[in-house]
Design a protein around this ligand. Sequence first.
Ligand SMILES: Nc1ncnc2c1ncn2[C@@H]1O[C@H](COP(=O)(O)OP(=O)(O)OP(=O)(O)O)[C@@H](O)[C@H]1O
Ligand SMILES: [Mg+2]
Length: 279
Amino acid sequence: MSRIEEALEKAAKMRGTEGKAVKGPGAPLAFPQAPLHVYQHPLPNERLKVKNPLLVSITAPQTSVAEEYRKLKSLLVKITTADRFRNTLMVTSALAGEGKSITAINLAVSLAQEFDHTVLLVDADLRKPSIHKYFGFEPKLGLADCLARGADVGDALVKTGIGKLSILPYGKKSESPGELFSSSKMKNLMAEIKGRYPDRYVIVDTPPVLLFAETRTISTLMDGVVFVVKERAADLKDVNNALAALEKNSLLGIVYNEAVNESHNGHYHDYYQHKQYAW
Ligand SMILES: Nc1ncnc2c1ncn2[C@@H]1O[C@H](COP(=O)(O)OP(=O)(O)OP(=O)(O)O)[C@@H](O)[C@H]1O
Ligand SMILES: [Mg+2]
């Protein structure tokens, strides 16, 4: 059994779904028609001009890679609406640079493109905030300001103009980011966000589990975890340790990122063209 198969088996055991493959696409999500809170935001109310090619769901929606993210979205919708609606989802990984932010963004965009309802993408990677960089804007306010100075979440939101996708960027870097998240402030803020968006998806990008303790704290506040494993990055021990550190039963699935696929003629495609996932 390969190391990734072992990791997947462990993940399946943790959520009690061994042997049960989840096959997409999921049924359309029926959103209740709750009134939507209209926020102020610091950018002009126009579509952000996104150029980064890694944001395929925006820049190249017709490609097979973007289709993979749509499949991921469909599977997640199916899982998160199976019994109750689990709307607050975090994306994490064992180590740095495994593709958390790219996955969180493309997932959030895919959700926003399918449903005519707000999707909120939160940058909770206080060590290396990157959502604003990938989208190409400079945030004036963000999560750190809400936590450290009590800034209003509504004032910090940035509308992208891409479906109804809004971003809560990280904001100004804090001197002691770990403390911000370990305090009850983050708990209260997540409760506030969940209260504002009870019927909409909130996708939270986080730091790697094994490097920073706050990721574990955040996982206790979430309905579900999407775990990214980059091929040839974390080994099985890292994956196991990271999964064990996360809130029990919160794991929704594993995204196997940057996998090498062998083509028909035996050569390898460019590895970054392929992304696979397993649930
Ligand atoms: N699916 C992908 N296809 C191509 N490149 C990718 C993919 N996922 C990640 N990368 C590469 O890895 C880099 C890091 O990705 P990303 O920022 O999503 O990782 P991260 O896990 O959020 O990193 P950090 O731990 O630093 O926050 C990207 O800038 C890109 O170069
Ligand atoms: Mg990141």
